[in-house]
Write a protein that binds this ligand. Structure first.
Ligand SMILES: Cc1cc2nc3c(=O)[nH]c(=O)nc-3n(C[C@H](O)[C@H](O)[C@H](O)COP(=O)(O)OP(=O)(O)OC[C@H]3O[C@@H](n4cnc5c(N)ncnc54)[C@H](O)[C@@H]3O)c2cc1C
Length: 270
């Protein structure tokens, strides 16, 4: 392997998404949350600046607070309310080898190939590409082949044959124009909270929510670039005049996942 250099981030972390979500679900259920699966939201009813009901294919739900977390589909969920949330879907793909010929202990980012490699238990995931193609969820095999082709340049023991029969996964990253998510209450509807636009940074969602717990925040539909949190993930107005004492509840998650560090690897041009 010809490596021109690398940057080591000892404080970076990773986890296995399905374990994370299972832990999140279980914690939520312990707190009394009921999940309604396969229940598509079809509209939101409003009255005098509040959301009064969420309409779904399985009936209507009344709620005091409504959180918009529809990922790339968020803009279309609220456009009828006159809210404009600039989000583009950025399609990415991943391939997970259940028994890789080599299992690195560290995550790495293949910088030139723009790929992330993550060990997950005994399997190894290669993920990457950013395809702007609207809400289209088709799998573009040219992109998938691009991922497979770039692996041996960084991990020479791997060959394209290692990926034979591996089903590619695809997902739509909800991308905002400047890469920051939309987190906080809208100014137009006092009980509507935005939690969307996380693009490639789902993992910060929990940390950001924890910070929101101690910050009363208001975000207009197209938010001004005023940041309150030290990590600047929230675009917010300076005060929450409409609802001063309504912090957002955050849920702390323990996944027992082994946390390790990440390497950004740069290949030499040759
Ligand atoms: C290839 C790839 C690799 C990635 N790697 C990483 C990584 O290593 N680390 C990281 O932190 N992040 C990563 N991400 C990004 C991460 O997946 C996203 O940030 C995250 O999924 C965003 O979560 P979300 O809940 O906001 O949106 P989504 O996961 O898109 O969830 C939105 C949900 O809303 C549902 N929905 C939409 N419309 C409706 C409706 N009308 N009614 C009901 N439900 C609806 C959708 O079905 C969907 O389930 C990666 C993404 C991709 C594509």
């Amino acid at each position: 392997m010809e490596v021109a250099g690398a940057v080591y981030f000892p404080k970076d972390a990773h986890f296995t998404p399905d374990r994370y979500l299972a832990a999140l679900q279980s914690q939520c259920e312990k707190l009394g949350v009921h999940f309604k699966w396969d229940t598509e939201v079809t509209g939101l009813e409003t009255e005098r600046g509040t959301i009064t009901a969420v309409e779904t294919l399985h009936g209507e739900f009344l709620a005091d607070e409504v959180v918009l977390c529809g990922g790339s589909w968020s803009p279309q969920l609220v456009c009828e309310l006159g809210l404009k949330i600039p989000i583009q879907a950025g399609k990415g793909y991943s391939l997970t080898l259940p028994r890789p010929r080599e299992l690195p202990q560290l995550c790495s980012i293949f910088t030139e190939a723009r790929m992330a490699v993550t060990p997950m238990g005994s399997s190894l995931r290669f993920g990457g590409t950013m395809e702007i193609a609207g809400l289209n969820e088709d799998i573009n095999l040219v992109r998938v082949r691009g991922i497979i082709k770039s692996v041996p340049a960084y991990f020479p023991k791997f060959t394209p044959a290692d990926f034979a029969g591996i089903q590619p996964w695809r997902g739509l990253r909800p991308c905002s124009p400047d890469g920051l998510p939309y987190l906080g209450r809208t100014a137009k509807f006092s009980n509507l909270i935005l939690a969307t636009g996380h693009a490639m940074i789902l993992e910060i969602k929990t940390h950001a929510a924890n910070s929101l717990e101690s910050n009363n925040t208001t975000c207009p539909d197209v938010a001004p670039n005023t940041f309150r949190m030290p990590i600047s993930f929230v675009r917010c107005s300076a005060t929450n005049a409409a609802k001063p004492n309504r912090p957002i509840q955050a849920i702390k998650i323990a996944t027992e996942e082994k946390i390790t560090d990440t390497m950004f690897v740069f290949c030499s041009a040759t």
